[in-house]
Design a protein around this ligand. Structure first.
Ligand code: PHE
Length: 445
């Protein structure tokens, strides 16, 4: 299928917003602070940064290169690049995995919507409804996850320029603004400084645990949307004039930067909540963490602040919805791109059919939440994403010819051939990243 009918970003700003929008999501604002609280504060932050730059960025650039070179989705890319035919199943695993991620992700994203509208329901006196929506019961989960699927399908069906680019470019700057304002406000609260210390001063006794490496790696993969093809597909819509090395660096830095900012918001907010009477430590004296951290501690903090708290809560959950939506569109886009490129299905039809399929998966997870939710999260993010990343390293590092890579990266970046970067990056993709992934995967089993 030709470039024009696949769709293309109209500017590098549009592409950056879409790629950063994919990367920045619940993984940054919900996952990262939660994991940091769970794993000893600053120590985890450092380990995460190492993983993001040593493993994440080289693989991100590998995905960008395959995507723009093939102008296709993961399956189409492996089919069209010399030596790639044996990797086609890896492409399909990516399509399916990203759908599973979309299925669980929409449930959490839906809860953000619930917390967003609950204050409005209270305002009109519908107190029972206000309590029901945030109950996280099966019914509420199903309702709000469905709503999220609906929005995602609508935007993906609208196409690359009028859907993904338009909405990412509107939503991402809003997100940054809201986040910075919230951080500034929270840091003025009593108790916040204590949280800041926990966040920024490492407790190195925790770094050494093996599980921490798996978590930090999984977090880096998840947060940078790696392995499953989202970045590959987005890059396939960029122009040959763009400098992929620079764009990859920008996306990695903005992703890490937003995660860091979110930590600056959430961890001090926990201590501020503690100063106003909310319990933030469990019986063992550890910070409360786990998936519910944001839903327990933050609303308690907001509640203790009267009407300004209501406003802050609405703003915060709006921020979460934006972050999640720009990520879910980049998930659904992957299998949709496959259907459009390789199966000649119209974009709108593909978006609806594939969207409805994974919506059904999502409903199954919601109906069997205790059984399935954590299982699907761990399986997809901690095991399959790194595994897919490993295959990408093998493909780009060992199968694709160096010439093809250089020719692709040279477009938009003519000096790259003899640059220091071009000496280092292939070494990372061939050795450093795959070996780190292998070690961590093996010890995880
Ligand atoms: N990176 C997104 C986040 O941090 C999640 C994501 C994973 C998006 C995989 C696309 C693909 O929330």
């Amino acid at each position: 299928m030709s470039g024009a009918s696949r769709g293309e970003f109209s500017s590098s700003f549009g592409f950056i917003m879409a790629a950063a929008g994919s990367a920045i999501g619940l993984g940054n604002i919900w996952g990262f602070p939660t994991q940091t609280a769970q794993n000893g504060g600053a120590a985890f932050v450092i380990l995460y940064l190492i993983m993001a730059f040593l493993v994440g960025y080289p693989i991100l650039l590998a995905e960008f290169t395959i995507g723009r070179h093939s102008q296709s989705n993961p399956v189409g890319a492996y089919k069209s690049i010399k030596g790639g035919s044996r990797f086609v199943p890896v492409g399909f695993l990516g399509l399916f995995t990203v759908g599973l991620i979309l299925s669980f992700y929409s449930i959490i994203a839906g809860t953000m919507v619930a917390y967003f509208i609950s204050p409005f329901l209270s305002l009109v006196g519908a107190n029972d409804a206000a309590a029901w929506v945030i109950s996280q019961g099966v019914g509420a989960n199903m309702l709000f996850a469905s709503l999220f699927f609906f929005l995602t399908i609508l935007i993906v069906a609208a196409g690359v320029k009028n859907g993904i680019e338009k909405w990412s470019s509107r939503l991402m700057p809003t997100l940054l603004l809201i986040l910075v304002l919230l951080v500034i406000y929270v840091l003025t609260l009593d108790g916040a400084m204590e949280g800041l210390k926990v966040y920024l001063l490492p407790d190195f006794s925790k770094v050494l645990s093996a599980g921490l490496f798996t978590s930090a790696l999984g977090q880096a993969f998840f947060s940078l949307s790696l392995g499953v093809g989202s970045m590959l597909v987005l890059a396939s819509y960029t122009s040959k004039k763009e400098n992929l090395v620079r764009l990859g660096r920008l996306v990695t830095l903005s992703d890490v930067g937003i995660a860091f900012l979110a930590g600056l918001l959430i961890i001090p907010a926990m201590y501020a909540a503690s100063a106003s009477g909310t319990q933030i430590f469990d019986e063992a004296g550890n910070l409360i963490s786990g998936p519910n951290l944001i839903f327990q501690v933050l609303p308690a903090l907001f509640n203790s602040m009267g009407s300004i708290g209501v406003a802050l809560s609405i703003v915060f959950f709006f921020l979460m919805i934006i972050a999640a939506l720009t990520s879910t569109i980049s998930m659904l886009e992957v299998p949709v791109a496959y259907a459009v490129d390789n199966r000649n299905v119209a974009r709108s039809k593909a978006s609806i059919a594939i969207g409805v399929f994974f919506w059904a998966v999502s409903m199954t997870i919601a109906l069997n939440f205790d059984l399935l939710f954590n299982l699907v999260v761990t399986m997809t993010t901690q095991y399959i994403q790194p595994l897919l990343g490993l295959f990408i390293c093998i493909f780009v590092g060992w199968v694709m010819s160096r010439n093809t890579l250089i020719e692709e990266l040279k477009q938009g970046n003519p000096e790259i051939e003899n640059s220091f970067f071009m000496k280092i990056w292939p070494l990372f993709v061939r050795y450093v990243s795959p070996i780190l992934i292998l070690i961590i995967l093996i010890q995880a089993f």
